[in-house]
Design a protein around this ligand. Structure first.
Ligand code: CA
Length: 327
């Protein structure tokens, strides 16, 4: 008992020494420098000594980290290579999405808490069927019809590797929750906060230059393991935009002792409150007629069978009548 107390004391001293306490931004929390990035940016990226890695077309200037520039068919990523060992956290991301397009621009970017860093693929530059959490900052509306909404739109998706992100439906088939947030092309700073504490995910924005957080949504029953990685990816296709990360501040939040002692490493990401995945269906094209056609076909076959049956009955009766006469 005495020994564990000493160990705890040493750990507390170590935490206070290593992490800046930032009571102003998030109460009862410590900023984790290893999971934060700010100007001036580190001198090196993507080396053995750096814990921030760049993927694809990402470029760094002294003012921003640009995941994609405003040109077609670009994809880039920024990944932190130190797994998140603490269960509860809050991340503040200062970002900027802008470009020359007035009506047509896209596609947006994603903030990841994912098992496998540095991959690339079709989901805003990252792989589909991923493991973890995606906060999707979607600027282009691919989908019109039921469940559609205005863009830009912020949504969350939790995946255990089995779900497909459907761009054609803007991910509405797998969404945990979301909100409309006109963050593109703002003159003022645009920020998003992602808080994950006690299995509750809360997204807030500060995009109106008021220095106030406004809740986008909050969802309970979101289960995420520890030891995943933070990352940022974006991709352009026919449409394009600049997708810039300006700064990231990550805070370790207070965690109950019970939660601290849980084996959180092996939790399978899941969010039972999310939309049940719907099959990708094409837009209606007169499928109602096929049932009617089947009905008429069956009716026709019944009439034919009846006709044949009645005909055969009369034919047999007639033959028996003839036989009776001759013998
Ligand atoms: Ca979209």
């Amino acid at each position: 008992m005495y020994f564990t107390s000493i160990i705890s004391f040493v750990i507390i001293l170590f935490i206070q020494h290593t992490y800046e306490q930032d009571q102003d931004s998030v109460p009862n929390s410590y900023e984790i420098r290893e999971h934060s990035i700010n100007r001036p940016y580190p001198g090196v990226f993507s080396t053995g000594s750096s814990h921030w890695h760049l993927v694809g077309n990402t470029l760094v200037t002294d003012r921003y980290i640009r995941l994609t520039s405003d040109s077609q068919s670009k994809a880039g990523g920024l990944w932190n290579m130190i797994p998140v060992a603490y269960p509860d956290w809050e991340m503040h991301v200062n970002f900027k999405v802008h470009g020359t397009g007035k009506e047509l621009f896209g596609d947006g970017f994603v903030i990841w808490y994912a098992r496998d860093p540095k991959l690339s693929g079709p989901v805003f530059g990252y792989q589909d069927y991923f493991h973890g959490l995606a906060i999707i900052m979607d600027t282009y509306s691919n989908h019109n019809g039921p469940h559609n909404h205005a863009h830009p739109y912020i949504s969350a998706m939790v995946n255990n590797g089995s779900l497909h992100y459907d761009h054609d439906r803007d991910g509405t088939h797998t969404i945990v929750n979301g909100c409309e947030a006109p963050f593109r092309g703002r003159e003022t700073d645009t920020l998003v906060a992602i808080r994950y504490q006690n299995d509750r995910l809360t997204i807030s924005t500060d995009i109106e230059g008021k220095n106030v957080w406004k809740e986008c949504f909050s969802a309970s029953d979101v289960h995420l393991p520890s030891h995943y990685y933070f990352g940022f990816t974006s991709a352009t296709g026919d449409l394009s935009d600049n997708h810039d990360i300006i700064s990231v501040h990550t805070y370790q939040l207070e965690t109950s002792e019970q939660r601290r002692n849980e084996d959180r490493k092996n939790i399978i990401p899941n969010a039972p409150g999310a939309e049940a995945e719907r099959a990708h269906t094409e837009d209606p094209s007169g499928s109602g007629w096929s049932a009617l056609k089947i009905f008429f076909l069956i009716l026709f076959l019944v009439i034919v069978c009846l006709g044949v049956g009645i005909g055969a009955y009369y034919y047999m009766n007639k033959r028996q009548y003839h036989r009776a006469r001759f013998y």
